[in-house]
Design a protein. Structure first.
Length: 303
């Protein structure tokens, strides 16, 4: 398995320019959301996607800006109280947001739609959360059947770590939504880094979300591999040399995430050609062995 680099637009500056550079550098995926860049991300991405029709795009439904919330209320898909929360999984809203995403991105068919931090809908209440996610999955299955969406999944920050749901439960909810095992849940996006390294540690022990996702053939998009750009400043050259001599701290951190069993895509917010080149050089290195990954995690876990 070889992990691919993808452009994540959450913290990306100059999104159109960064997307064009990503496409020119061989990136296969652009990841965005209707609330990124104060709600402007999808509109500004549309011309780049039109120029690069083979570039795949993943977007989301869940978080929305105040302006989008107002539009959703006016469209009758959210109540005023629901709009005040800035997040929703209501079926009518999910259907409406998918249509809006298609329009903003200029794509008749979206490659991937992710429920955005679904755990936010019912914090700490699995009994309420799971039916809400299943109902949203029903809409996503309908959108796949209509040809508007190729596949769907979830993008989470803490839902898997806090066990609001497991990958196995997500697969079961998707099967329930589809009325059988032939569902279209195909991806999970989650943070994997040397700061949030629990998934790496678990994967090396054969447990946690990554092995289950890999066994199910799911795409795993590792978000925040540099912890929002903070990690290169936290990691020194000594750690980089432990990981792979000759790499910068940022490159070493990216190689570690790309080497994690189960990870298929590494989302980065590189906005310049040199940054893309450095990242590409990092993931082109021979992947770290399980023994090396264990050594790194043990060093970082030591007091």
């Amino acid at each position: 398995m070889t992990a691919e680099l993808a452009l994540g637009t959450y913290r990306c500056r100059a999104i159109p320019e960064a997307a064009a550079r990503a496409a020119a550098s061989g990136a296969q995926w652009i990841d965005t959301a209707p609330n990124y860049a104060a709600g402007r991300a999808q509109d500004v991405l549309a011309p780049v996607l039109a120029t690069h029709p083979s570039l795949r795009v993943s977007t989301k439904a869940g978080y929305f800006t105040a302006a989008t919330g107002t539009d959703a209320v006016n469209a009758g898909v959210l109540t005023a109280d629901q709009a005040m929360t800035g997040h929703g999984l209501a079926p009518d809203y999910v259907r409406w947001q998918i249509s809006r995403n298609r329009e903003q991105l200029g794509r008749e068919r979206l490659d991937l739609v992710l429920l955005h931090n679904p755990e936010r809908a019912h914090p700490g209440d699995r009994l309420a959360l799971h039916p809400a996610m299943r109902d949203a999955f029903v809409i996503l299955e309908e959108e796949v059947a209509a040809g508007n969406v190729a596949g769907y999944g979830i993008a989470t920050w803490a839902g898997l770590e806090e066990e609001a749901f497991t990958v196995g439960e997500l697969l079961a909810l998707a099967a329930a939504a589809a009325g059988g095992p032939e569902h279209h849940l195909v991806a999970v996006q989650m943070p994997v880094s040397l700061v949030m390294m629990t998934p790496i540690v678990q994967a090396l022990e054969g447990r946690g979300p990554l092995p289950v996702a890999a066994d199910a053939g799911l795409r795993v998009m590792a978000s925040a591999p540099l912890h929002g750009g903070e990690l290169p400043g936290m990691a020194d050259q000594e750690l980089a040399d432990l990981i792979q001599p000759g790499l910068t701290p940022a490159q070493a951190c990216l190689l570690t995430v790309a080497s994690c069993p189960g990870v298929t895509d590494v989302l980065i917010a590189a906005s310049s050609t040199p940054h893309w080149r450095d990242a590409a050089d990092a993931v082109a290195q021979p992947y770290l062995t399980a023994a090396k990954l264990r050594e790194i995690t043990h060093v970082l876990a030591s007091p």
